[in-house]
Design a protein. Structure first.
Lengths: 129, 92
């Protein structure tokens, strides 16, 4: 399973291919992308060690709470443009409801608990959000 | 004693990503913040409310544990401690 924070593009195909196993019948993917809110782009920063440890905990919690088989999480850092991938979560389960529930749990907990910050870059000035 | 300070987001822009700070033995978190504020313009306003309380938007971890459980501003510091300061999380 993959948990990664880095500047490189998100290897979504590889994540999906890793999620495919004989006992898996449903794979739910959440892909967060940089939205045009009147901004030029975004700068993303992480306290890597702390964020990775917390993402690992979130994955373990998801595996405990839901009938799922795998969770992969990749979050990008650095300078991103409108439309760029920002975060991907791939959750695989025997059945769809658990895959949806697990994926939703992971993105909500990631937003609340992971040491990652975003700065919106715009002509009017940059702003940490 | 020396402690290591790591800062992120708006706090990194004020303090730099990582700095080592020398403090007298027995120093507490409040002493460290006051020392840093003397040499880093804007830090005091980002950390403290006008009342002197810590702002909700200043998250401080001592050795990766929130300072609320370690005495808050009165948390004692020891050689080699890592203090991290950052705003509320905003990933995803």
């Amino acid at each position: 399973m993959m948990i990664h924070i880095g500047a490189e593009e998100i290897p979504l195909e590889e994540m999906l291919s890793q999620a495919r196993r004989p006992e898996v019948g449903a794979v739910v993917t959440f892909l967060g992308i940089v939205r045009d809110d009147g901004i030029q782009g975004m700068e993303v920063e992480a306290y890597r060690e702390m964020a990775l440890a917390e993402l690992d905990k979130i994955r373990e919690e998801a595996l405990d709470r839901f009938d799922i088989r795998s969770v992969d999480i990749v979050h990008r850092v650095g300078r991103l443009s409108i439309g760029d991938d920002l975060v991907a979560i791939v959750c695989a389960a025997p059945h769809r409801q658990a895959a949806f529930d697990g994926c939703s749990f992971v993105i909500e907990e990631l937003k609340r608990r992971s040491a990652i910050w975003k700065k919106e870059l715009s002509a009017k000035g940059d702003r940490w959000v | 004693m020396k402690v290591n300070v790591v800062a992120f987001a708006n706090f990194r822009e004020i303090l730099g990503k990582e700095i080592e700070v020398a403090l007298p033995a027995g120093a507490r978190l409040r002493d460290l913040l006051d020392l840093l504020a003397k040499s880093h313009l804007g830090l005091h306003e980002e950390v403290y409310e006008p009342t002197g309380a810590l702002k909700d938007t200043a998250m401080i971890m001592l050795n990766r544990v929130n300072i609320d459980s370690q005495g808050g501003l009165d948390a004692p510091l020891t050689e080699g401690d890592e203090l991290a300061i950052f705003p509320p999380f905003a990933g995803g």
